[in-house]
Design a protein around this ligand. Structure first.
Ligand code: G
Ligand code: MN
Length: 410
């Protein structure tokens, strides 16, 4: 087997990259990042004896260089290294490989660094001096877990299930950063049948991050990482920037995640978003309870004072009765598409929808039926007296705003 020694920088004393005829299926390759040469040499010998191919580097930067050209079964990293430390490396690793397990080794155990390492996705945390068999067992276990993750991914790809991003924080951060960097908005018209025009557009977030395919998964990741403000801020900025190209008489419907109520910038008077508040309807979902949000009533009142109107989204999916309905006193109610689907074939759905429309009309709330996909659904909703409609049958969400109403199914 041909061997090549690469020196990435002065701190790297040993990187052995076997080139040529190594057999990836047989060669389980381990990367060791350790700045103490004696320790590194021992680990290397122990793991080579256990049947692994081993690359050794002296710091995080060199480890990153290796990750660019190789995939590893397991990474074993010191926590305190010059330059990029083990925690930085954990984050960097996930830019290259969402699955590879990382074992962190440290000479000075501190609960805090252990917690950080685990939070950032370290699979294990070993304290120096590490017994040979402890190291070998830890690497073997990590290797098995890596294989399971790969098989699970393969199964999900085969079944067509969209797979969730790496469950650890570092992996999720990489996905969310990419989602935010590629975030764009689409706009889907909401029409009035009686007025034969578009009364508004729902702003819908899209990203190019394949592991966060829907707005809901982007938001869930943002909530988990405590970054809802960043994502919501981007959405609001985009909507405010697009407002100039949206016809003045059209409303703009913007989805608000319940956690956004705690984001103080939502209540600011001097943002581009609050400047267009009279045209904005904030959509609040019915399936998450708002009751637990501190001072929710005052927050809703503050938004109204700023000039926003409010829609209750996804009506029909909530399991908490009508508590949000009562709390929000919405200007609009959006009937969830599960109630609209096949409404032409299901009399129970017709009865429920007709009742909602009638009751809302009586208390002065406009009803929007979302997710209208077929001619049959459209005609049935028309017969039931539903005026405001949205869905693929009328128009898909689109990047370019239509100049007029003529191409829509009205
Ligand atoms: O939860 P909310 O109502 O905000 O969800 C809107 C989502 O529904 C968007 O992602 C949008 O692309 C999608 N959508 C809009 N119209 C239709 C439709 O007619 N059918 C289906 N299946 N989805 C739709
Ligand atoms: Mn919505």
């Amino acid at each position: 087997m041909a061997q090549m020694n690469c020196v990435y920088d002065i701190n790297v004393y040993c990187v052995e990259l076997s080139m040529g005829n190594s057999h990836p299926a047989k060669m389980k390759r381990i990367l060791i990042a350790e700045d103490d040469i004696t320790t590194a040499t021992i680990y290397r010998r122990v793991l080579s004896n256990a049947g692994y191919d081993v690359d050794v580097v002296a710091n995080g930067y060199a480890a990153e260089e290796c990750l660019k050209i190789r995939t590893y079964e397991v990474i074993v990293s010191d926590i305190a290294m010059p330059g990029m430390n083990g925690i930085d490396l954990l984050r960097a690793v996930r830019s290259y490989d969402l699955e590879v397990p990382v074992i962190i080794v440290t000479g000075s155990p501190a609960v805090e660094s252990a917690m950080r390492a685990v939070e950032y996705g370290a699979i294990n945390y070993l304290i120096k001096p590490v017994e040979f068999d402890v190291l070998t067992e830890a690497v073997k276990r990590a290797s098995r877990i890596h294989r399971i993750a790969l098989i699970k991914r393969e199964a999900m790809e085969y079944l067509g299930t969209s797979f969730a991003p790496a469950g650890d924080r570092a992996g999720l951060e990489v996905c969310l950063d990419h989602a935010v960097a590629t975030l764009t908005m689409r706009y889907q018209p909401i029409i009035s049948r009686s007025q034969k025009r578009v009364i508004g557009y729902e702003a819908l977030m899209r990203t190019e991050e394949p592991l966060l395919p829907e707005p809901k998964s982007v938001l869930a990741a943002a909530v988990r990482l405590g970054r809802i403000g960043i994502v919501a801020g981007r959405v609001r900025e985009s909507v405010a920037a697009a407002a100039a190209s949206i016809p003045q008489q059209s409303l703009i419907f913007v989805n608000i995640h319940p956690d956004e109520f705690l984001d103080e910038s939502l209540y600011s008077h001097d943002t581009f978003f609050s400047a267009i508040s009279s045209r904005v309807v904030l959509e609040i979902t019915e399936y998450a309870s708002l009751e637990d949000i501190p001072e929710i009533r005052a927050r809703l009142a503050a938004l109204r004072r700023l000039g926003f109107r409010i829609a209750l989204d996804d009506l029909g999916t909530g399991c908490s009765g009508l508590s949000n309905f009562v709390l929000v006193e919405p200007d609009f109610v959006k009937i969830d598409m599960t109630l609209i689907r096949n409404i032409d074939l299901e009399p129970v759905k017709q009865r429920i929808t007709a009742s909602i429309v009638e009751l809302c009309r009586e208390i002065g709330i406009s009803v929007i039926c979302e997710g209208v996909e077929t001619r049959g659904e459209y005609d049935t909703l028309a017969a039931l007296g539903c005026d405001l409609l949205q869905g693929f049958f009328i128009s898909h969400p689109s990047h370019d705003l239509p100049d007029g109403d003529e191409f829509l199914n009205i």
